[in-house]
Write a protein that binds this ligand. Structure first.
Ligand SMILES: [Zn+2]
Length: 74
């Protein structure tokens, strides 16, 4: 079981490592504690996002998004 705080740290490290930059986490508006709960970082420079999902479906992952897979383009 991953905590939200732990996931945020993990996603932030991957996000920064890819060269992306932003200061704050955004809430995607899902239901807290539900399947749709998620938060994301959106890069100020290229707009790519890194999401965390504290309650992922069995076939999905806790940390995902273009910003953890692709280098920043600027
Ligand atoms: Zn970027």
């Amino acid at each position: 079981m991953s905590t939200k705080r732990g996931l945020q740290r993990e996603a932030r490290e991957a996000f920064n490592w890819r060269g992306h930059h932003t200061k704050r986490w955004r809430d995607s508006g899902g239901v807290k504690g539900g399947w749709s709960e998620s938060y994301y970082l959106e890069c100020d420079q290229c707009g790519r996002r890194a999401y965390i999902d504290p309650n992922p479906a069995p076939n999905s992952t806790h940390v995902y998004g273009e910003a953890v897979a692709v280098e920043c383009s600027r």
